[in-house]
Design a protein around this ligand. Structure first.
Ligand SMILES: Cc1cc2nc3c(=O)[nH]c(=O)nc-3n(C[C@H](O)[C@H](O)[C@H](O)COP(=O)(O)OP(=O)(O)OC[C@H]3O[C@@H](n4cnc5c(N)ncnc54)[C@H](O)[C@@H]3O)c2cc1C
Length: 522
C-alpha cells in the first residue's frame, strides 16, 4: 500500500491517531482558518493523483527539504507531490478555499528558502515529462525537470541542448523564470531567452485558471515569465523552449597564485567581454582558512581545445602571471560528460534517495549576496578584495570547512544583445554577474555560521562602491536593500502591473515577491 492508498483507504484517519492532532492544530494556526476538518485535508489527498505527504508520514523529511540545509527548520504542514497540471489546480483551489498559504517548488534551489513555507508546498518535482519536435527543434519540459534531466534527455536522444546553468540539480523552471546563465550563455543567451511558450495555473480573483502564454496569447505574462522571477504570477506547469545542436565541448580550469590575482582580474574584466562568444568564463576568487587565496578561471568553449587555448592567449600571457592548468585540462569531451560536472554518470547526478540509491550529490549550507559589474573592478576595488580575503584566511573563526567564493560569471555577448525591456530580464549591459558565497559545514556551530554571515555581509558592503546597482534575482538575498529595483530596474513598473493582472489577490507572496501596482513598495 503506498502513502496515497494509505490515506484514501482511511487506514490513516486524521484526528484518530495521536500524532495527527498537532498536525491539525498546526494547519489551523498556519491558515488562520477557524476550522479545517479532517475531511478537508482528506479531500485534498483524494483530489490528487500525486502523494500528499504530511508531517507524520515517512518520507516527510526528504520531501520537505531544500538544497540549502540552512532552511531545514522550515516545516511545511504538507508537501503535495503533483503529478499533473490537474494536481496543481486542485492544490491552488484547495488553498484558496481553506485560506492556506502555499509556495510552488521545482528544483528547490532558491537561495532564501522561499520555495517552502509553513503551509502547503506545491511541489511540481514529479512533473518530468519531456518531448522534442524535430520539425521546429523545440522541446517541451514538465515543470519538475532538473537540468540533469534536460541535458541528459536532449543530449542522449537528439544531440541538442538548452542553455542552462552549471549545477545539474537546479530546476529548469526556477532557473528560467529568473534568467538562467551558464557555460554556453555567451553564445546562445539566457535560459529565459529560450522560452517559446509556457502553461500557467493562476487565480484571477474568481477562479483558478490554466492558460498558455506566448508571443500572441497572454503576451504580458509571457514577457514577465522571462526573468520576472519564480513564484510571482502563477504556477508554471510546462515550458516549450528553443534547443541547439551540440556534440563536444572544450574546457579548462586554470589557477593563479594570489600574487597574480590583480592582473588576472584586470585582464579578465577588460578583455573577457569582447572575447569570442564561443567561450564562456567564470573567474573565481576564493579563500579558505590558512590557505592562500587563489584566482581560478573556469572556461568552456564550443570549439576545439587548441582554438580555445588560442582564444585564451591574452590572459595566459606570462606578463599576467603563471597559469596552471588543473583537472586534466585543457580537454575536449562529449557535452553530456561535461554537463554532469563532478559526477561520473547520470544516476550519480542526483541526491541519494529511494529512487536514486547511487545518487552522490550533497546538499550544502551557504549564504550568497549578488551584484553585477558594468565597469572593470579598479585597483582600489581589488585592494578591498585583497584585504577581506587575506583577513579571512587568518581568521580562526572561519574553520570547520568554511570557504568563500567570489564568483564572477562572464556575460556580455549574446546576453547583452537582447534589449533590456524585450523581456523581464533587465541585466543586459553587464560585464559579469557576481555572487559572493560563503559556505560552511551543514553541522557547523551557530557561532561559525554567524561569523561567516557577518564576514560576508561586511565584504559585500565594502564592494558596493565598485559594482553597479543591479543584483541577480536568481541569486536572491534576503538582506538586500532596494531589491526590487536591483532585480528588475526599469522593468519593475510593468512587472507590478502584470502582477496585479494575474495575481490580483496577491496570493503569490514571499519576502521579495513583486508588489502589485496597487500596493505600496516594500
Ligand atoms: C548549487 C546551485 C547552483 C546554481 N547555479 C546556477 C547557474 O549556473 N546559473 C544560474 O543562472 N543560476 C544558478 N543558480 C540559481 C538558480 O537559478 C536559482 O536558485 C533558481 O531559482 C533555482 O530554481 P529551482 O527550481 O531549483 O528552485 P525552487 O526553489 O524550486 O524555485 C525557485 C523559485 O521559483 C518558484 N517556483 C518553483 N516552481 C515554480 C513553478 N512551477 N511556477 C512558478 N514558480 C515556481 C519558487 O516558489 C521559488 O520562488 C544556482 C543555485 C544553486 C543552489
Amino acid at each position: 500500500m503506498d502513502r496515497r492508498d494509505f490515506l484514501r483507504t482511511g487506514a490513516f484517519v486524521f484526528g484518530t491517531m495521536a500524532a495527527s492532532a498537532p498536525v491539525m492544530a498546526a494547519f489551523r494556526a498556519a491558515s488562520g482558518a477557524p476550522a479545517l476538518s479532517d475531511s478537508d485535508i482528506q479531500s485534498l489527498a483524494d483530489a490528487l493523483q500525486g502523494d500528499l505527504i504530511l508531517k507524520t508520514m515517512p518520507g516527510y523529511q526528504v520531501a520537505s527539504q531544500l538544497y540549502n540545509t540552512r532552511f531545514d527548520g522550515i516545516q511545511p504542514l504538507a508537501v503535495a507531490q503533483c503529478q499533473s497540471e490537474a494536481d496543481v489546480v486542485a492544490c491552488m483551489q484547495w488553498c484558496i478555499q481553506h485560506d492556506i498559504r502555499f509556495r510552488a517548488r521545482a528544483g528547490g534551489h532558491n537561495y532564501c528558502g522561499w520555495s517552502s513555507c509553513e503551509g502547503l508546498v506545491i511541489d511540481v518535482g514529479p512533473m518530468k515529462s519531456m518531448s522534442y519536435e524535430s520539425s521546429t527543434t523545440h522541446a517541451v519540459f514538465g515543470a519538475g525537470c532538473q537540468l540533469v534531466d534536460v541535458y541528459h534527455y536532449l543530449g542522449t536522444n537528439h544531440g541538442r541542448v538548452v542553455p542552462g546553468g552549471t549545477c545539474p540539480s537546479v530546476g529548469l523552471t526556477g532557473l528560467l523564470l529568473g534568467g538562467g546563465q551558464g557555460m554556453i550563455s555567451r553564445k546562445y543567451g539566457m535560459t529565459s531567452d529560450q522560452l517559446i511558450e509556457a502553461r500557467v495555473v493562476y487565480y484571477d480573483g474568481n477562479e483558478v485558471k490554466v492558460v498558455p502564454c506566448n508571443q500572441s496569447v497572454n503576451p504580458d505574462l509571457y514577457w514577465a515569465l522571462r526573468g520576472g522571477g519564480g513564484g510571482n504570477f502563477g504556477i508554471v506547469t510546462s515550458m516549450k523552449v528553443k534547443t541547439y545542436e551540440i556534440d563536444t565541448i572544450s574546457s579548462a580550469v586554470i589557477t593563479w597564485t594570489w600574487a597574480d590575482a590583480q592582473k588576472v582580474l584586470e585582464k579578465w574584466m577588460t578583455w573577457g567581454p569582447d572575447v569570442t562568444e564561443l567561450m564562456s568564463m567564470n573567474l573565481i576568487l576564493t579563500s579558505k582558512y590558512q590557505s592562500d587565496p587563489r584566482a581560478i578561471l573556469a572556461v568552456a568553449c564550443l570549439d576545439t581545445t587548441s582554438n580555445m587555448v588560442g582564444y585564451l592567449s591574452d590572459i595566459l600571457d606570462p606578463s599576467i602571471g603563471t597559469p596552471q592548468y588543473q583537472n586534466d585540462t585543457p580537454k575536449n569531451e562529449p557535452w553530456l560528460t561535461y554537463s554532469l560536472g563532478s559526477c561520473h554518470n547520470y544516476d550519480e547526478c542526483h541526491f541519494e534517495s529511494d529512487d536514486w540509491p547511487t545518487g552522490d550529490l550533497k546538499r550544502k549550507a551557504y549564504k550568497s549576496h549578488s551584484d553585477y559589474y558594468t565597469q572593470p573592478i579598479t585597483q582600489d576595488g581589488f585592494d578591498v578584495i585583497d584585504h577581506w580575503l587575506q583577513a579571512r584566511t587568518a581568521n580562526p573563526a572561519m574553520t570547520g570547512g568554511a570557504s568563500f567564493h567570489l564568483d564572477l560569471n562572464g556575460s556580455a555577448s549574446e546576453i547583452n544583445k537582447v534589449a533590456s525591456d524585450a523581456t523581464a530580464f533587465v541585466h543586459r549591459d553587464t560585464i559579469c554577474c557576481a555572487q559572493y558565497t560563503t559556505y560552511w559545514e551543514p553541522n557547523a556551530h551557530c557561532d561559525v555560521v554567524e561569523q561567516n554571515l557577518e564576514w560576508s555581509r561586511g565584504f559585500y558592503a565594502a564592494m558596493q562602491p565598485f559594482s553597479s546597482d543591479q543584483s541577480y534575482q536568481n541569486y536572491c538575498d534576503d538582506e538586500l536593500v532596494d531589491w526590487a529595483n536591483r532585480y528588475y530596474g526599469a522593468n519593475l513598473h510593468r512587472l507590478r502591473k502584470i502582477k496585479h493582472e494575474y495575481d490580483p489577490d496577491n496570493l503569490f507572496t514571499f519576502p521579495q515577491s513583486i508588489p502589485p501596482i496597487t500596493g505600496g513598495m516594500p
